[in-house]
Design a protein around this ligand. Structure first.
Ligand SMILES: Cc1cc2nc3c(=O)[nH]c(=O)nc-3n(C[C@H](O)[C@H](O)[C@H](O)COP(=O)(O)OP(=O)(O)OC[C@H]3O[C@@H](n4cnc5c(N)ncnc54)[C@H](O)[C@@H]3O)c2cc1C
Length: 440
C-alpha cells in the first residue's frame, strides 16, 4: 500500500474507532455537545441507519442511531436544521428513513396540537390510575417490580436500569417495553408513559403519550403492538449477550394483545380547527421583551435583538435527577448563547419559575409586550396557562410565534401519518431544506 494511502486508511480506522467509542458518551445539555453528537452520527444517517436502526445493541452501544432526541425535544437542534444538515451529506433516497423518523416526531407534535384534550386527559388519568393500582396489593406489587426493574423478565429489567441511569432507551426497546408493560404485566399504559416521561431526557408530551397510545392500540383503530420473544431475540441479540440469565422470562411474554378502552370521546379526539397560519407574525418592537422556554431553546429569532430576555424553567419535581441535570445544563447553556447572539448581559438574563414571576418581571422592566416562540401542548403550556390574561390585566400582550417549519408541516398532521408521509418530499422543497443552509 502506498504510504499516503495507508495513512489515510489508518486515519479512517482511527476515526471509525473513535466514532464507535464515542457513540455512547454521556449526553450534556449543551448545543456544543449536540453538534458534536450530530457530527459523529452524520456519516451513518444514510443507508447505515436504514439497515441497522432496529437493532438494540445494549446500553454500551447505540452507534446505529443518533441519540439526538433530547436535543431535538428542546430544540437545541431544530428539525429543519437537522434535515438540511443530513441532506448536505446524503442523497434524499439514502437519508429517507432518517428524515422520515424526524417527520414522525413532527407528526406526533402536530397531531397533539390539534387535540390538546388527549394530553389533559392523560394527566388526570395518571392520578386516577395510580390510585387504582395502589388500592390492589397484587397490582401494586407488579407495578413496584416494573419500576424497580425486578420483574421476572431479565431484559425488561435491563431497560429499566438503562433508562434510570442514562435517561435514554432505543426506539425498539421503548416499543417492546411498552408492549410488555401493557400486555404482559397488564399495567395501565398511563403509568408506563408517566414513568418514561419522568426519566427520558427526551420525554415529550406528544411523542411519549402518543407512542404509548400507539402500542396500546388507541391511536390506530384495532392496531396494537405485540412484543414477541423471536423479535426480541433477533433484534436485541447483542443486548441479551450482556445480561446475566438473559433469556429469563422471555417465554412469559404475552402471546396476544387485548382491546383497551379509550376514555376519550370521539369529539375529544377530533381535530380542532386551529389556525396555525394566524399565529403571530407581529414584530418585536422597542420596549418589548422575549421569553424563552424549554420548549424551544434555539436562539434563532433572538439574533441581534437587543431586548430584555427571561427564561422560563419548569422543572418538574417528579423528573429524575439525570433528567433535571440535563435540563439545568440546557438552561445554563442557552443563557450563554443568548448573551453571545443578542447583546443581552449574561447577569441580566433571569430564570423564572411561574407565570406570576414572569408578569412581575415584565412590570419591573417597563416592558410593553412579551414574545415567545409558540409553546406547544404539554406541561410548559399548562404551567403558563394564566400568563396571557395576567399580562393583559396589566396592559401587556403576550405573542407566541410559530416557526415556518411547524406552520408548514402541522396542517398535514390532522389524519394518519400516511398522509404526511406522502408529502415529505414536497415539504422539503417548500421549506428549502435540500442543500440550503438554515441560518441561526
Ligand atoms: C412508547 C414510546 C415512547 C416514546 N417516547 C418518546 C419521547 O418521550 N420523546 C421522543 O423524542 N421520542 C419518543 N419516542 C420515539 C422514539 O423512540 C425516540 O424518538 C427515539 O428512540 C430517540 O432516539 P434517537 O434520537 O437515537 O432516534 P433516531 O433513531 O436516531 O431518530 C432520529 C430522531 O427522529 C425522531 N424519532 C425517531 N423515531 C421516532 C418515533 N418513533 N416517534 C417520534 N419521533 C421519532 C426523534 O426526534 C429522534 O431523535 C417514543 C417511542 C415509543 C414507542
Amino acid at each position: 500500500m502506498h504510504l499516503a494511502t495507508s495513512s489515510v486508511f489508518i486515519a479512517t480506522i482511527f476515526m471509525q474507532v473513535e466514532l464507535f467509542q464515542n457513540s455512547d458518551a454521556p449526553l450534556f445539555g449543551t448545543r456544543a455537545n449536540a453538534l458534536d453528537q450530530l457530527a459523529k452520527f452524520l456519516p451513518r444517517a444514510g443507508r447505515d441507519y436504514q439497515n441497522n436502526r432496529n437493532f438494540d445493541l445494549g446500553q454500551a452501544d447505540h452507534s446505529f442511531v443518533s441519540r439526538l432526541s433530547p436535543y431535538i425535544r428542546h430544540r437545541i437542534l431544530s428539525e429543519d436544521e437537522l434535515i438540511s444538515t443530513v441532506l448536505r451529506s446524503h442523497s434524499r433516497s439514502a437519508a429517507f428513513k432518517f428524515i422520515q423518523e424526524i417527520f414522525w416526531r413532527t407528526y406526533w407534535k402536530g397531531w397533539l396540537e390539534h387535540r390538546p384534550a388527549v394530553w389533559e386527559t392523560f394527566i388526570t388519568e395518571v392520578e386516577t390510575e395510580t390510585k387504582a393500582v395502589q388500592a390492589v396489593p397484587v397490582r401494586r406489587r407488579i407495578f413496584e417490580q416494573a419500576i424497580t426493574g425486578t420483574t421476572e423478565i431479565a431484559i425488561f429489567n435491563s431497560w429499566v436500569d438503562e433508562l434510570k441511569e442514562t435517561g435514554y432507551l432505543h426506539n425498539h426497546a421503548r416499543m417492546w417495553f411498552a408492549s410488555i408493560w401493557i400486555f404482559t404485566l397488564r399495567l395501565p399504559w398511563q403509568l408506563g408513559a408517566d414513568f418514561f416521561y419522568n426519566h427520558l431526557l427526551d420525554g415529550d408530551p406528544a411523542s411519549n403519550t402518543l407512542g404509548w397510545r400507539w402500542v396500546a392500540g388507541l391511536q390506530t383503530a384495532g392496531k396494537t403492538y405485540l412484543a414477541t420473544e423471536s423479535n426480541i431475540r433477533k433484534n436485541a441479540a447483542q443486548r441479551l449477550k450482556g445480561i446475566p440469565d438473559s433469556g429469563r422470562g422471555l417465554e412469559k411474554l404475552a402471546t396476544h394483545t387485548f382491546e383497551i378502552q379509550d376514555s376519550l370521546t370521539v369529539e375529544e379526539k377530533a381535530p380542532s380547527s386551529s389556525q396555525f397560519a394566524e399565529l403571530s407574525s407581529v414584530n418585536i418592537k422597542e420596549h418589548d421583551a422575549v421569553l424563552v422556554t424549554t420548549e424551544d431553546l434555539s436562539t434563532r429569532w433572538l439574533d441581534n435583538a437587543n431586548k430584555p430576555v427571561a427564561i422560563f424553567d419548569k422543572t418538574d419535581e417528579r423528573s429524575s435527577e439525570t433528567k433535571r441535570k440535563f435540563q439545568q445544563e440546557a438552561i445554563e447553556d442557552v443563557k450563554h448563547r443568548i448573551a453571545e447572539t443578542s447583546s443581552a448581559d449574561l447577569e441580566n438574563i433571569r430564570v423564572l419559575h411561574s407565570a406570576h414571576e414572569i408578569s412581575s418581571w415584565v412590570e419591573e422592566h417597563g416592558v410593553k409586550d412579551l414574545h415567545s416562540s409558540y409553546i406547544p401542548t404539554g406541561e410548559v403550556r399548562s404551567s403558563l396557562a394564566e400568563l396571557p390574561t395576567m399580562l393583559e390585566s396589566l396592559g401587556h400582550s403576550f405573542y407566541e410565534h410559530l416557526n415556518d417549519y411547524d406552520r408548514t408541516v402541522w396542517p398535514h398532521c390532522r389524519k394518519g401519518f400516511f398522509q404526511l408521509g406522502k408529502s415529505i418530499d414536497s415539504l422539503i422543497d417548500t421549506l428549502g431544506l435540500d442543500g440550503q443552509r438554515i441560518t441561526r
